[in-house]
Every structure is written in C-alpha cells, then in structure tokens.
Ligand binder design. Sequence first.
Ligand SMILES: [Zn+2]
Length: 287
Amino acid sequence: MKAILLIALISSYLNLPPNHAQNKKTSLGTVGKSVSVAQGEVARWAGNCLRCSLEKRAWSAVNGTCYYPVDMDMKPGSYTISRRTTGGKLETATLQVMLKACTQEDLKNFPKKEYINVSPQNQARAAKEAAVINPIISYKATVRPAVFDLPIGKPANPLPKGEGNFGACRTFDGQPRDRHTGQDYPVGMGEPALSAGNGRVLLAANHFYSGNSVYIDHGNGLISEYFHLKSYSVKPNQTVTKGQKIGLVGETGRVTGPHLHFGVRWHGACINPGFLLIDPSDIPQVK
Ligand SMILES: [Zn+2]
C-alpha cells in the first residue's frame, strides 16, 4: 500500500505539466485569455513579446516569450498578467494559480545530529548566511539581460531522475523544517556539477544548511543553485558557460548522503527546476 502511494506520488512529479490553458468567459461575455498553473510552476506567453508583468512586478521577455514563474508559496487565486509586444500592443490575461499540496517527507534517524538540535552558534551562523542569500534570490526591478535560453542545461551529465521532492514539507527526526526549495538528484559522490547555463557566479561558499553552495546568475532574474557539493571550483564574479564544471557532488551540509540539490529562483519565485529542463513548448501557455 505504502509502495503504491509512493509510486503514485513519484509519477505525479515526473509527468510533464499538463497544459491547463483554457479560454475563459468574462462577465462581459467576451473571451479573455488565460492560463492555469499550480504553485511552483511556470506559465508562458509566446510571440513577439518585449515586456511582461505579473501584478506589480515586471521583467523582459526571453527571446520573444514572456515567462511567469509562480512561487511554490504564491497564494492560489486569479492574477493579472500582461505582455507588451514588439509592435507596441499591450495585452492582458488571467493567471490562475492552483494549490499544489506539499508532499510530506519525514527523515528519521537523521545522521548529522547538529542539524536536529541546532546550537545557538549554528543558528546565528545560519541567520547570517540567510541575510546574504535572501537579497541575492529576491525579485529585482532591474536585472541583467538573459544570457540563457530554455531549456536550460542539465546540472549533471547524465542527469538521473529527480527524487520528486521539490517543495516537500519535511520533518527531521519529527521536527518540522522549511520547505525543500529544489529538486534532489541521485548523482554520485565526486561526479561533476555543471552550470545550467551561461552566467556569472554570485556566490560560492560553505554554508551551514546547504554545505558547499554555488549560486549562478543567468540574467533576466534567473538564478540557479547547487548545494551539498564536495568542493567548488568557481569564485564570485567569475563568468561561466553552459555545461561548465563548477564543482563536485558531495554530502556537505544537512544531508543523509551524497546527491546534487539543484534549485532555481526566477524573478524571486522558487519554482520546480524541472519546468526549465523540458521543451518550453510543454510549459502551460496563455490561450
Ligand atoms: Zn535538496
């Protein structure tokens, strides 16, 4: 029974996102454009786009397509999105955000006890590190132009199937902790971790929870994260290219064993990185 549930859970994560896009009748009886995605997913609006906006936030299109990343904690409901085309036309549509219940992951007999009962020193250390990271990953009105296109590159080669634990609500030895912000891939100890795209290293440092960590800015507000590395071979401000080795997979920080944690932030939204690895035409589209 448990195994069946687990398989159902995993397959629900591995399936490509269904295209929820549908036309919607407005109160005026005209057919408005809309797209429907779940928390942690992305919507797109293709064709001659220049600028895109989601409520009060705005950004540039990537190669003529507007992307609307939806944070895993964004409140479900209706939002207004818009796009301005190269012809100067301004269009609006409805973005319907649906609830995606987080899967519960309970890590029992967690081996590294310093992560269960965190000492005041380590709490202070983690707070200091969060104060460095949070400004890096948050939404900014002005960002560098995109130096990537979709799909982004795989963070390891070959890239095994992910654990399906993006956004998981987790407990460590029964104690609840923050949601899981990325996808874990069972890549072996010492295997190369690869930059998902051209970009610039924002941070390469040893942090309490994420261990040896690398953050890369790919422009257009897209930042990729690689955690728990055995070692990293890049430094802040260094320019990297798609597929470049940035370090080795390891088990530093709060982990039970070696794996690659890969995460992305786009315009401040924490999204499932799997959506950037698929053919962009499979991303739910405004219709
Ligand atoms: Zn992880």
